[in-house]
Design a protein. Structure first.
Lengths: 114, 114
């Protein structure tokens, strides 16, 4: 069935280091992927997205990599800061891009040590 | 404000009562989504509205759950005869279109059923 999973429930990094958060997905027909950041008591905040016709996309301090061969998605955060501490979710749209719903993974908690 | 607005932010009610949760999407966004997030979990899709099309209700867990969107803007999620397992954070999101379009979330309604 459809599922999106994250490889590690918690990731602890030192301030200033780079962080890599991984995600595996099972639906090879998925063609749109998003990363969200969620702080306690808040709704998910959009970070970056990528379509399946791309394998890399960069934003401000963040990079998303998509490997369709092994159905793997990763989020790289450069020079991690204390404000980056949050739960990070990957999500995909299953099947056709005309479907609005997102399938979310369970989340990875990023802890940034000062 | 310019973001998605949800009310109330918190709702405590007794088992068996009906509740209504409200969502004001971002102005101009044609697509609106409801998700549910249980403690420490990822988001679970409930329902999706796109323009004047019939909504995608495939995620509603039972017939006690319903939602409507009036005038293509504000949406209300109604839960009838609430049960304790309905306790969760209910999140609303909107986007400019469906499919491969970033969904922007409100901060949710935290629903507690006693």
């Amino acid at each position: 069935g459809e599922s999106v999973g994250l490889h590690l429930p918690t990731l602890s990094v030192q301030e200033g280091d780079n962080s890599i958060i991984n995600c595996a997905y099972s639906n090879s027909a998925s063609d749109y992927f998003i990363w969200y950041k969620q702080e306690s008591g808040k709704g998910p905040q959009f970070i970056i997205d990528i379509r399946s016709n791309m394998d890399k996309r960069q934003g401000q301090r963040v990079t998303v990599l998509l490997n369709k061969t092994v159905k793997h998605l990763s989020l790289q955060i450069a020079a991690t800061q204390p404000g980056d501490s949050a739960v990070y979710f990957c999500a995909e749209t299953p099947g056709s891009s005309n479907t609005g719903k997102l399938i979310f993974g369970q989340g990875t908690t990023l802890q940034v040590k000062p | 404000g310019a973001g998605v607005s949800q009310s109330p932010s918190n709702k405590v009610t007794e088992k068996g009562k009906d509740v209504e949760l409200r969502c004001d999407p971002i102005s101009g966004h044609t697509a609106l989504y409801w998700y549910r997030q249980s403690l420490g979990q990822g988001l679970e899709f409930l329902i999706y509205f796109q323009g004047n099309s019939a909504p995608d209700k495939s995620g509603l867990p039972s017939d006690r759950f319903s939602a409507e969107r009036t005038g293509g803007s504000v949406s209300t999620l109604t839960i009838q005869r609430t049960q304790q397992e309905d306790s969760a954070v209910y999140l609303c999101a909107s986007s400019l279109g469906s499919g491969a379009a970033a969904q922007h979330f409100g901060d949710g309604t935290r629903l507690s059923i006693l």
